[in-house]
Design a binder for this molecule. Sequence first.
Ligand code: TRP
Length: 418
Amino acid sequence: MAEQINPWSSTPKMDINRLIADFGIEPFAPVKEKIADQPVFIRRDIVAGHRGYDAVADAIAQKKPFHVLTGFMPSGHPHFGHLMVMKEVVWHIQQGGKGFISMADREAHAVRGLSWEACDRYAREYMECLYALGFSGEIYSQRRNNALKDLAFEAATKVNFSELSAIYGFGPETELAHAVSVSMQVADILYPQLIAGTAPTVVPVGIDQDPHIRLTRDITNALRMFLVEDRGTHISIRVKNAPEGALDAVAKRFGGAKKYEGHIDLPAGHTAEEVDAVVREVEREFGGFGFLLPSATYHSFLQGLQGGKMSSSVPDSLVWFDDPDKDVKKKIMGALTGGRQTLEEQKKLGGEPEKCSIYQLNRFHMQDDDAELAEMCRACRAGELMCGTCKKETLERVRTFLREFKEKRDEVAHMAEW
Ligand code: TRP
């Protein structure tokens, strides 16, 4: 049986390609072809998997409306490990998406025990970073968002504890607030469609968040009043949970509908997609939501500077955006690389960039120029580029980035308010 993914574990050991196979996540490669102007994280296959991203890729290509939402738990300072998701959100907004960010203060309070005051302090830092990177749209705090809380309650009517325990390993000792924070995240993911209209929604996340995505997609289906299916010869519209009169209202929207008890059949000539769009409209007229299934992209994680995962429990494994320069220098110069034991061996055998945290930092964030990154890789493998030199060059790039990022953050700091 496939292993469980625990979104709250601090040291998940996750091989993205195995998870893609085990959990039915789709590999990104086929949908990549649809994207004309590919950003670094798509070009370099950092985004490795997705669920339902075709709808979003099509919306981008056809300039149709779509939404992008992700969330951050304000339980610590933002750092390089958060940068990828932030860039993904900003890129999607630049492609025409409406942007939303949830500051998951309820999750931080319930799961990590943070005070509300601390949540607000950290949330402000995330907001600054997002605005500095060019975010525009809505950033909200879970606990202050009443529409979100109502939606979370509605979502909670569609999940029971045995499902929660199968998905997250919850047991009798799990606090109720932890379970509530799950329904909050489900509501986050559906929120853009609640307030900005039905449209494809992409949720860029790390692979550890996939259980939430799966649950949300299940709940989205469970919230529907009707099930629309293409049966080849006709389209079937079946009542799942619809108020009186709703089925008749659906039938009225189409010519030639054959009515039966609890379902109607439409003759060929419609696509299931067209029919579903009309049916979702009727659902909204009758007090339902009519949400489209949300999509997600999964990026691989930036390797920690000490080899394993980037984790706040291993302080030297990551650079915080506010780290003093002497710490940045110490962490970069002390990072674990793909270098060999001795200089001599390195010259002879060359380095191993695929194992190197410094190379990965460049590949993710510090070298956007593909030709320069390829040259770095070649020179390393050829034994021409030594780790000391490479680290010094990378350190300078990190310093420049941090300085400019800080300046931009200061400029937008006044926007970081609720
Ligand atoms: N659970 C996420 C984390 O631990 C944060 C989060 C809250 C989130 N709501 C979300 C992520 C909605 C994506 C979409 O980081």
